[in-house]
Design a protein around this ligand. Structure first.
Ligand code: ASP
Ligand code: MG
Length: 457
């Protein structure tokens, strides 16, 4: 059994869905379970109309909702030959009617609660899976639509819910495995789940990868395949550095370090369920299904180079806190972390001594509150316009003189903070945002000078 996850740009129009259908068809022997996110930019569009409704712009919201409806209905028409006599049309219309009612409620209340936001966003996945399941059936594949809200049971942290593993795993095993054994291809929404009492939740943006990993771990599949529109994990972000190449093999530790360092290719939660069950995760390109992609395993074949990939996080602010003179140093750090925890802010890098702490944090609406709260136990200054750059690779562990080698090549660049040793497989430092492309290009030149023969581009 395998899990195959497709989302966003891999299912944005008729040709891309047809491509996905052919990819699933080519792997039927492996007994796939399909996980889909919303189509194209649907999640973002739904969020915009929900916000517009809360701002009282209901006319505009409804007309945009109609565009979203048309986009999906046109797509379904393009994929289903006898669309007018297919249930899909009715199901889609019902979903859009529900959305219309929800938006109406929001515009009356003039408030978009996290709970309502999750409810609205869930329709992106619900309509997408309805269409994909039909498209698979058109192709002769025995697809069976399932509601992820019966399977992925979460806590009540709307917009960022955490799945409750035991009940979720049990449910998936009980409801999905028998279908696969009877020859069905289950089609499940990524990203969405439900509380124990049946209220819709979401797992955070890009959460469909996470769903795929959960489903895969619950079913003990032989592989979790994440199909994207890029060739896999790259040595650097190709939008910033055109010479980036695909990383062929990477370890769970390296991949997880990369997702937390800003690499956008996978949702950060994806690795953990796979690692626990030791299931390989493959990232493939749905536009080039035969290209090798990236394989993430426990013990990836080490490459000759020291670094596997360079990631960055941008924009980042540095919060400097100097403790009030009477503060005791241990209590001071505890207070700093308390504030971060309460505001659910995960720092990208931390440096601290007895005389103060510097914390690099990603862009967050909570920044002003954080500075205010920290002001209670020290003097705080915030510097914006920064970025973290992280070099990640298992070989960093065993390479002497790694940091000097990095910084020798960046002598003319302002470095604001360095965080090394917190993880043995990465080095993170803070630079000005405008220096990021140059820093990455230069380090790429140093660490990927001789392409690894196992790393095709
Ligand atoms: N559709 C959701 C989002 O855009 C989930 C996902 O794509 O993974 O974030
Ligand atoms: Mg997506």
């Amino acid at each position: 059994m395998i899990v195959m996850k497709f989302g966003g740009t891999s299912i944005e129009d008729v040709p891309s869905v047809e491509r996905v259908v052919r990819i699933v068809a080519s792997r039927l022997e492996e007994c796939p379970v399909v996980v889909n996110s919303a189509m194209g930019k649907t999640t973002r569009n739904l969020l915009e109309i929900a916000r517009a409704s809360a701002d009282g712009m209901d006319e505009m919201a409804l007309s945009h909702l109609d565009e979203i409806r048309e986009y999906h209905v046109d797509m379904a028409r393009g994929l289903i030959k006898d669309f007018d006599n297919n249930d899909a049309g009715t199901i889609l219309e019902e979903y859009f009617e529900e959305l219309r009612e929800l938006l109406g409620g929001i515009s009356i209340l003039r408030e978009l609660t996290p709970r309502n936001q999750d409810r609205i966003l869930s329709y992106g996945e619900l309509v997408a899976t309805t269409i994909i399941a039909c498209a698979l059936r058109e192709y002769g594949i025995n697809a069976r639509w399932l509601d992820a809200r019966d399977l992925i049971i979460t806590n009540e942290a709307f917009t960022m819910a955490t799945p409750l593993n035991d009940i979720t795993f049990r449910g998936i095993r009980k409801k999905v495995r028998p279908l696969v054994s009877s020859g069905y291809v289950p089609v499940i929404q990524g990203f969405i789940g439900s509380t124990r009492s049946g209220t819709t939740t979401t797992l955070g943006f890009e959460g469909s990868d996470f769903t795929a990993a959960l489903v895969g771990a619950a079913l003990d599949v032989s592989g979790i395949q994440i199909w994207k529109d890029v060739n896999g994990i790259m040595t650097a972000d190709p939008r910033v550095f055109a010479g980036a190449r695909t990383v062929r093999d990477i370890s769970f530790d390296e991949a997880s370090e990369l997702t937390f360092s800003g690499a956008k290719v996978l949702h950060p939660g994806t690795i953990e369920p796979a690692r626990r069950k030791n299931i390989p995760v493959n990232i493939y390109n749905s536009r080039h299904p035969d290209a090798g992609g990236t394989t993430i395993t426990a013990h990836a074949k080490t490459c000759d180079g020291i670094v596997k990939s360079i990631a960055y996080n941008m924009p980042v602010s540095i919060v400097n806190i100097v403790p009030a003179s009477h503060a005791d140093p241990a209590g001071f750090l505890r207070s700093v972390f308390d504030v971060l925890e309460r505001k659910s802010i995960m720092p990208c890098a931390i440096a601290s001594t007895v005389t103060g702490a510097a914390i690099a944090v990603g862009a967050s609406g909570e920044m002003d509150h954080v500075a205010d709260e920290m002001g209670h136990f020290g003097s705080v200054s915030v510097v914006d316009g920064k970025a973290t750059v992280s070099l990640v690779g298992e070989n960093i562990r065993t390479t002497g003189g790694f940091a000097p080698l990095v910084f020798r090549n960046l002598e003319d660049i302002d470095i604001y903070m360095v965080s090394q040793g917190a993880s043995p497989i990465s080095l993170t430092f803070v630079v000005n945002t405008e220096d990021v492309p140059m820093v990455i290009a230069r380090l790429h030149g140093v660490f990927f000078k001789d392409p690894d023969p196992d790393m095709p581009d």
